[in-house]
Design a protein around this ligand. Structure first.
Ligand SMILES: Nc1ncnc2c1ncn2[C@@H]1O[C@H](COP(=O)(O)OP(=O)(O)OP(=O)(O)O)[C@@H](O)[C@H]1O
Ligand SMILES: [Mg+2]
Length: 250
């Protein structure tokens, strides 16, 4: 089966000369849930921004469901942007319409979807994140946790090949954090989740990557990574007080 994501030899320097990625190789199979861990400045967001061609121009290649990300080919880039659903850290970066319904409809409508088909797509995306009842409200009137869920719905409405979440649990209260975990566990989609929340990685992702200094420093079952104290220390990763990573082993 074609993997959802293949990254080969990806290297990238920002225009000011800062080298952020030094040759990243990652393959994620269809239906996998993978956490992307790593200290501040490791290159996680830089990697994510390559997955749908927002950043490009370095070395290496990215394929999504077998299709190469080619920023020069506008038609294939549209398809890549449908296949890669990125939920940004700040939901306000992706919600801008007068109502929640219009925000969720925006992407599929852009693809030409109309009428009952569009309505059905919007309702099912909102239902999957438990936000159907706020469909008619302005996104700005929702709580932060509700807006994050709606942001997930905007991406699900595109029926992506891979759902990429940048810090999904940040700024959520414990109940919202748990509810989002339940939603993500219930989705039948490939997930790549950038997070500093180790218990979240342990709960949601059987496999984790450590990106450190622009290279993949580890790629293993999450419980193995989180119980390797030397590895964690080497990459400035710390477990929260009282959290037992061995409990994550099933
Ligand atoms: N626009 C930019 N111009 C120049 N350098 C940048 C730019 N954005 C990021 N960098 C640099 O690239 C490197 C990787 O940054 P990146 O934002 O990808 O890290 P990150 O792993 O997402 O960190 P965090 O956990 O803090 O979000 C860092 O050295 C950072 O300073
Ligand atoms: Mg980042």
């Amino acid at each position: 089966m074609t993997p959802s994501l293949e990254v080969r030899g990806l290297a990238y320097a920002y225009p000011d000369g800062t080298q952020a990625l030094y040759g990243v190789d990652v393959t994620i199979g269809r239906g996998e849930r993978v956490a992307l861990l790593g200290p501040n400045g490791a290159g996680k967001t830089t990697l994510v921004l390559h997955l749908n061609g927002i950043l490009h121009g370095g070395l290496g290649e990215v394929r999504v469901g077998g299709l190469a990300v080619d920023p020069k080919d506008k038609k294939s880039l549209r398809e890549i942007r449908r296949r890669v659903g990125i939920v940004f850290q700040d939901p306000d970066d992706q919600l801008f319409m007068p109502t929640v319904r219009e925000d969720v409809a925006f992407g599929p409508a852009n693809l030409g979807m109309r009428g009952a088909e569009l309505d059905g797509r919007v309702e099912s995306a909102l239902a999957r994140v438990g936000m159907l009842e706020v469909a008619g409200r302005p996104p700005q009137h929702l709580s932060f946790g509700q807006r994050r869920r709606v942001a997930v719905a905007t991406v699900l409405a595109m029926e992506p090949e891979i759902l990429v979440l940048d810090e999904p649990s940040s700024n959520l209260d414990p109940a919202s954090r748990r509810e989002l975990a339940e939603i993500l566990l219930g989705l039948d989609v490939t997930v790549l989740m950038v997070t500093h929340d180790m218990p979240y990685a342990a709960q949601l992702c059987p496999r984790s990557l450590i990106l450190s200094g622009g290279v993949i420093a580890a790629d293993a079952p999450t419980a193995d990574l989180l119980t390797d104290e030397d590895l964690l220390r080497a990459h400035r990763l710390e477990l929260p007080f009282g959290f037992d990573p061995a409990a994550a082993r099933r």
